[in-house]
Design a protein around this ligand. Structure first.
Ligand code: VTB
Ligand code: MG
Ligand code: MG
Length: 315
């Protein structure tokens, strides 16, 4: 039942963010999405705890880690969310910003601190272990090409455009593979590996946010694919934050199903236009949204195009 309920949560966060789309105001768009997502979450018949949210309680007044959401009746669940993934993308109206949520049984989502995570992901259809976060980018891309049965030159890797990836980018180009450099939005980057025919992306590699890593792992659990992540805990301050969240092995490599265990629900609504989801459209009499919602236990992936005509009620 929650599968459809959570669609409304991301839809309304996406619509709220989209009203601020292209305005150059990242904070305003983010705040609008957070407000809308929180309002809708509190209507769900759950006893939810935010485990991946907008930050610690002191710095995030809403949807902070540990906040309880829902009506307080119903199943106890863990919630990972990013009301507006890709605030800069939204502010510039560039592709692939999303409103995102994942819900799982209490205790099943990795309580990751808001640090960086090294990530690698491929979609379904590859032999187990085809990529390895400890192998070189060249080895990983060659393995993917071999398993796909195409030359390395026909593989495209998605990488966040950041100075920290300079040598990664160089290594990938050195073997002749292509790179889709993205400005932000690596949850979308990971999800795009699941449908290379549509997106043109075969593999995601690089360092992005750990919260986004857990959300991406939740999505891949439902569609299929492989992902590994390793938290980057390179200062005492980060290590002590990690320790407070129950993490003692700072070098640990997390497999996809160690970041998101058990039965997981995942939903994402497009805010700006993207490769798999169109952004919110404001029509004369309706608002149109596109959402993907999925469940790991049944491996169902539903694409929901919705028209919201009762605008007043929609607010
Ligand atoms: C990524 C990406 C996000 O932050 O996790 C990235 O998914 C982290 O890297 O959309 P930077 O600190 O270098 O931005 C975002 O780009 C923005 O939250
Ligand atoms: Mg956010
Ligand atoms: Mg984000």
């Amino acid at each position: 039942m929650l599968t459809l309920e959570i669609v409304r949560v991301t839809e309304r966060a996406a619509v709220a963010a989209a009203r601020q789309r292209g305005r150059g105001d990242e904070k305003g768009a983010d705040q609008a999405a957070v407000d809308a997502m929180r309002r809708e979450l509190n209507r769900l018949p759950i006893r939810g705890t935010v485990v991946i949210g907008e930050g610690e309680r002191d710095e995030a007044p809403m949807l902070y880690i540990g906040e309880e959401v829902g009506t307080g009746e119903g199943p106890a669940v863990d919630i990972a969310l990013d009301p507006l993934e890709g605030t800069t993308i939204c502010a510039k109206d560039l592709p692939n910003s999303l409103a995102v949520i994942a819900i799982a049984e209490g205790g099943s989502l990795l309580n990751a601190p808001d640090v960086y995570m090294d990530k690698i992901a491929v979609g379904p259809g590859y032999p187990a272990g085809v990529v390895d976060i400890d192998a070189s980018p060249a080895e990983n891309i060659k393995a993917v090409a071999k398993a796909k049965g195409v030359p390395v030159g026909e593989i495209t890797a998605c990488i966040l455009d950041r100075p920290r990836h300079a040598s990664l980018i160089e290594d990938v180009r050195a073997i002749g593979a292509g790179i889709r450099l993205i400005g932000d939005g690596d949850i979308a980057g990971v999800i795009h590996t699941t449908d290379p025919a549509e997106t043109g992306i075969d593999i995601y590699i690089g360092i992005g946010g750990a919260p986004e890593g857990v959300l991406a792992a939740a999505a891949l659990r439902c569609i299929g694919g492989q992902m590994q992540g390793r938290l980057i805990l390179d200062t005492d301050e980060k290590r002590s934050r990690a320790r407070k969240m129950g993490i003692s092995d700072f070098e640990r490599i997390y497999a996809m199903d160690e970041m998101a265990r058990g039965d997981v629900l995942f939903a994402a609504t497009g805010v700006t236009d993207g490769n798999l989801l169109s952004g919110v459209r404001f029509g004369k009499k309706r608002i149109r949204t596109e959402t993907v919602v999925m469940r790991s236990s049944t491996q169902t992936v539903r694409w929901i195009k919705a028209d919201h005509t009762m605008l007043a009620k929609f607010e």
